[in-house]
Ligand binder design. Structure first.
Ligand code: ROI
Length: 164
């Protein structure tokens, strides 16, 4: 089994519920084992500011799926929850990003892992630090170090952590 971390985000159509439903779907998925998930956070949009705040969280899963098959499975979940994406860097219903696949590097047309922007985004690093603070990333820094470095640039508000 391969361990993967997923970034979850939404800012349209009941975003908190979108993330909760996503985690329930991951938990029930025949090819995926949900092994952990962070608190839900409210975050200011990165990108155009004339859009609602986001709800963000990170999930940890284990799977035997190949990365591109996992991507298909996750896109099916996004589409099943009525995927809407209005513009680049803009508002969207559920977005599921593959952040890490063990310590693999993947560079294909559809998928780049580690996710290129993850270490620049507090809305990824702070929830990830809840699950894996000591995890060493490819740049030689731990998740917790990134979260601390980014913490003064941005503000995230904990919303809670639903039971799944
Ligand atoms: N901003 C925040 N705060 N959270 C996100 O999940 C998010 N996702 C995006 C962009 C548009 C970059 N901004 C975001 O894709």
């Amino acid at each position: 089994m391969i361990r993967c971390y997923l970034g979850l985000g939404a800012n349209l159509n009941e975003p908190y519920q979108q993330l909760q439903t996503c985690l329930e779907t991951l938990k029930q998925h025949p090819d995926i084992t949900l092994t952990g998930y962070s608190s839900f956070y409210r975050s200011k949009p990165v990108g155009p500011q004339d859009q609602p705040d986001y709800v963000n969280a990170v999930a940890c899963i284990e799977t035997d799926l190949q990365p591109l098959d996992l991507l298909d499975a996750l896109q099916a979940i996004e589409n099943g929850q009525g995927r809407v994406r209005l513009r680049r860097w803009g508002e969207r219903t559920l977005d599921i990003d593959i952040l890490l696949v063990e310590d693999q590097r993947i560079d294909s047309e559809r998928l780049t892992v580690p996710h290129v922007e993850m270490t620049n985004r507090l809305f990824v690093m702070l929830p990830l630090a809840e699950l894996a603070p000591a995890l060493m990333l490819a740049d030689g820094n731990r998740v917790q170090q990134h979260a601390e470095r980014l913490a003064d640039q941005d503000e995230l508000v904990i919303m809670g952590r639903p039971d799944i």
